[in-house]
Design a protein around this ligand. Structure first.
Ligand SMILES: Nc1ncnc2c1ncn2[C@@H]1O[C@H](COP(=O)(O)OP(=O)(O)O)[C@@H](O)[C@H]1O
Ligand SMILES: [Mg+2]
Length: 368
């Protein structure tokens, strides 16, 4: 028999994740602990629930509660008013029974669920391109349908990024460059764990063989490459956390910068990238005044894009992180948005991001 816990009048928020045969449930435990502690301090009852245990037609659900010694106990908890979706893997979330459960939550008369699905990279670009306001930030992007797409794109842009549609953390990313007046004018760089491998080819057909070897069977995007601003020869881009606030409005929680590792074609920290402060980095390239203007555009653009993405998705989202690039001219570009933002390592952003989860939950509850 598992014992019951009562909400004692507190608003109830559940973190939704997937069960796991080895460790009870999936997801970043430290993240969940910090979310629960913040919620508790703000007067909420918070627990973790797996999709499997979330039975909406019974009065209570089996949830994992955090004990004072940081251990997890399964308890019978009241049904949540707000469900914060943190299912960590696309593969789990796309299972039909998981999709059905999420739909049930969306239809439930007393429950709000937010971040109901992962984003697909292709969809993000097509959504941004639908609005006059947001399309200027979307690099030219095509779905790769064989050699003709590569051919068509390289004619228009001599620098391209190839990215898996459902990729994350730099997996499977390649870039292609055409350099005229070179005996081997086509160059492809393929991202490995921490470095990248380069091949050179005399013709695009030859280069395609290499691309095909890497991509066969999986869906890829081909995208205009952006010449990112650099400091000391290392490219950097921005990670923006956008969340809904206590008024239910999209708002920028924080902006971080990530600088690419010397041998990497992406800026991810696990691939040798480093965490930087955009307010220090940007002035090195653009000077103080220009940097302030860029950052203020970034803030506005991120809010516009979050609204457009949410509206186009047709579902309620409460937070997303965005990867934005600034090119060497200071122009802003969108690379991707993620509906399961990773923890931000910058302490001020982190603290605010945790609080916002509950400020927005509070808003949802008061709306009812
Ligand atoms: N079109 C592009 N031009 C230049 N750099 C890019 C482009 N697309 C991606 N990148 C670089 O690669 C990184 C990873 O790309 P992203 O689309 O965010 O994929 P992932 O899902 O693997 O994180 C970006 O943060 C950026 O540094
Ligand atoms: Mg990314």
């Amino acid at each position: 028999m598992i014992s019951r816990v009562e909400s004692d009048g507190r608003p109830v928020v559940a973190i939704l994740t997937m069960h796991d045969s080895y460790s009870m449930f999936r997801g970043n435990r430290q993240n969940f602990q910090e979310i629960i502690k913040t919620g508790k301090d703000m007067g909420f009852m918070v627990y973790v629930v797996t999709v499997r245990d979330l039975k909406l037609n019974s009065g209570t659900v089996k949830g994992y509660t955090l004990q004072s010694d940081n251990s997890w106990e399964q308890r019978l908890c009241p049904l949540p008013q707000v469900i914060y979706n943190r299912i960590p893997y696309r593969e789990d979330e796309s299972l039909p029974w998981v999709r059905r459960k999420i739909k049930e939550c969306q239809k439930h008369p007393h429950i709000d669920i937010y971040n109901p699905h992962f984003f697909n990279k292709w969809q993000l670009f097509s959504w941004l391109n639908k609005s006059r306001l947001t399309k200027k930030w979307a690099p030219l992007t095509k779905r790769m349908k064989g050699f003709p797409t590569l051919y068509e794109m390289i004619k228009r842009k001599p620098y391209l990024y190839l990215k898996p549609e459902d990729g994350k953390a730099g997996q499977g990313i390649m870039r292609v460059r055409y350099q005229r007046n070179n005996s081997l004018p086509y160059r492809i760089q393929i991202q490995n764990n921490k470095n990248s491998t380069t091949y050179k080819a005399a013709s695009l057909e030859r280069l395609w063989n290499r691309v095909y070897q890497e991509t066969k069977g999986s869906s890829y995007l081909i995208q205009q490459g952006i010449e990112l601003a650099q400091v000391h020869g290392r490219a950097f881009d921005l990670r923006i956390l956008v969340q809904k606030n206590e008024f239910g409005a999209w708002s920028v929680t924080g902006i971080g910068a990530r600088m690419a590792g010397a041998k990497s074609i992406t800026t991810h920290v696990p691939r040798g990238g480093t965490i930087e402060d955009p307010e220090k980095l940007l002035p090195i390239v653009f000077g103080q005044e220009r940097s302030e203007a860029i950052l203020s555009e970034v803030r506005k653009a991120a809010v516009h894009m979050a609204r457009q993405i949410e509206k186009s998705s047709g579902h309620t989202h409460g937070e997303m992180s965005m990867d934005l690039g600034i090119d060497s001219e200071g122009v802003l570009w969108f690379f991707e948005a993620n509906s399961r933002p990773m923890k931000f390592d910058e302490p001020a952003i982190r603290k605010k991001s945790l609080e916002r989860i509950f400020q927005y939950s509070d808003y949802l509850i008061n709306q009812r």
